[in-house]
Ligand binder design. Structure first.
Ligand code: BJW
Length: 281
């Protein structure tokens, strides 16, 4: 492998041309230019709350009203957002190359809406459009629920009586939060993976099967801090299987903790919505 400038797009493009088995690991930065907040950059109603501290089972038990308002606002934002050129570039690569997979940590559904073939898309942290019952006696799960308001109390801000998106979260009584239509008593929750919870077993085993299928030529690390496990581990696993690693991130150099930099062969700093269409064309 010839030494190259890690910011050189031409050497990347030449390598991409000869690459067959490619894995893209994506994070919240992929959807940033679709207007969706990243975890560290969450603002608006949530500027006084740390998004990461709301994504836990304990937070939901302690304050289901707060956590449901967080997820309801994110559902509304995601369902109204449009895929950006980065989602489209990945979808186009997947259509062109059936040996390419995208492992996405995003729960916003923008990759499928960009036309990414579903069999090549592995959503490791679940989906905002899935809702499920929290009762241990009930197995209710609903996929593809795109209701903007699951209950009147969670209606989009302009329809709420407070009429102020910047207002402090309301204290919604548990009885007014979404309840299970099957068992009727269980509280519903979003079908996403919170800290301390297992990732979906069937998704992990499909990724493992793909990883075991032969050498890997390229790993693209797009818009993620690469700090949340086990997803972050795919970068090193790809490297072990021979892959070159390209990182596409807004904060290269500015974030000393950015995961995967130690493996990187290319570092493309900037908005992935601008960079991906250029380097994957
Ligand atoms: C741009 C851009 C633009 C912006 N263009 N770039 C091993 C070691 C240590 C800890 C653990 C371990 N194994 C497990 C753990 C514990 C834990 C963990 O990883 N903790 C870390 C914090 C250390 N992991 C878990 O608990 C996982 N479960 C598990 O492993 O079960 C078994 C087990 C449990 C406990 C112990 C041991 C084993 C579950 C993890 C679930 C994560 N869930 C969340 C919420 C999902 C639902 C929701 O969306 O609300 O997933 S947390 C949050 O982080 C979300 C994201 O998918 C994930 C990653 O964040 P991401 O995507 O990287 O976003 P940001 O905002 O952090 O970064 C955005 C990046 O984009 C930045 O770099 C910007 O610069 C960049 N950017 N604009 C390009 N336009």
């Amino acid at each position: 492998f010839i030494e190259h400038d890690p910011t050189d797009m031409n050497s990347f493009k030449a390598y991409l041309k000869q690459s067959k088995r490619i894995l893209a690991l994506c994070g919240a930065g992929l959807s940033a230019s679709s207007g969706l907040a990243t975890f560290r950059g969450a603002g608006g109603l949530w500027k006084t709350h740390d998004a990461m501290s709301l994504a836990t089972p304990n937070a939901f038990v302690k304050d289901p009203s707060l956590v449901w308002q967080f997820y309801s606002a994110r559902r509304q934002a995601a369902f109204s957002a449009k895929p950006n050129p980065a989602h489209l570039a990945l979808a186009a690569l997947a259509v062109k190359n059936s040996d390419f997979i995208t492992v996405t940590q995003n729960v916003d559904g923008l990759s499928p809406r960009a036309g990414h073939p579903p069999l090549q898309l592995q959503p490791v942290h679940g989906s905002l459009s899935t809702i499920k019952c929290t009762s241990v006696f009930c197995n209710y799960i609903q996929y593809d629920n795109y209701d903007m308001a699951l209950t009147p109390a969670l209606a989009p801000a302009p329809e709420r009586s407070s009429n102020d998106a910047e207002a402090a979260p309301a204290n919604i009584p548990v009885s007014d939060l979404p309840h299970c239509p099957k068992c009727t008593t269980g509280l519903l929750r979003p079908g996403v993976v919170w800290f301390g919870e297992s990732l979906p077993a069937h998704v992990l085993s499909e990724i493992d099967e793909w990883m075991e299928d032969g050498p890997i030529e390229l790993c693209l690390v797009i818009g993620t801090t690469g700090m949340v496990w086990p997803a972050a581990g795919y970068i090193g696993q790809c490297k072990e299987k021979g892959a070159r690693v390209a990182i596409i991130n807004m904060e290269i150099d500015d974030d000393p903790m950015l995961g995967g930099v130690e493996y990187a062969d290319w570092l493309f700093k900037g908005d992935c919505a601008q960079i991906l269409p250029q380097i994957l064309e």
